[in-house]
Design a protein around this ligand. Structure first.
Ligand code: SF4
Ligand code: SF4
Length: 145
């Protein structure tokens, strides 16, 4: 037996489904609406969230069906992480795929889900839910992602 946690001794493609899911810190940043500059490809984050996002839990309101409910939802797999270069630099999946490990505030490290908000990485206090009338261009925000 080893005391080394799974995210340090396993590659992403070696993790079990439950280990993979536990990597998500529920920051909510990937559920923010984004705009892409068609010419430069640059991605701009807004301060409004996908309508399926649940503020209370800071997670998806229909996670099993997210891809059909929201076709634009990015469903991360071990194979497609590189396609989502816009994922926030803090995202655990991006961090591990880039060999950067998990930060102190990650719940798996801190043992406390609230450490994400304490470290300023939860969108909950800075974003609202979008509706059909939301003009995304008016909501572009510098998240320092
Ligand atoms: S950005 Fe990454 S860690 Fe944060 S909620 Fe999305 S998938 Fe989870
Ligand atoms: S469908 Fe769920 S996981 Fe996908 S962007 Fe919306 S709230 Fe986030």
């Amino acid at each position: 037996m080893t005391d080394t946690p799974f995210w340090q001794r396993k590659r992403l493609d070696e993790m079990s489904p439950s280990e993979w899911e536990s990597l998500c810190d529920h920051c909510g940043k990937c559920c923010l609406h984004k705009l892409e500059d068609a010419e430069t490809g640059e991605v701009y984050y807004c301060d409004v969230l996908c309508h399926l996002f649940e503020m209370q839990t800071c997670s998806c309101g229909d996670y099993p069906n997210r891809a059909t409910r929201v076709p634009a939802c990015a469903v991360l797999t071990v194979d497609n992480i590189p396609q989502f270069g816009w994922m926030p630099k803090t995202c655990a999946y991006r961090r591990l795929s880039e060999g950067r490990g998990l930060p102190d505030w990650h719940p798996l490290v801190s043992g406390d889900p609230a450490s994400v908000a304490r470290a300023g990485h939860s969108v909950r206090s800075r974003a609202s839910l979008a509706d059909n009338d939301t003009d995304l261009e008016q909501h572009v925000t510098d998240w320092d992602l």
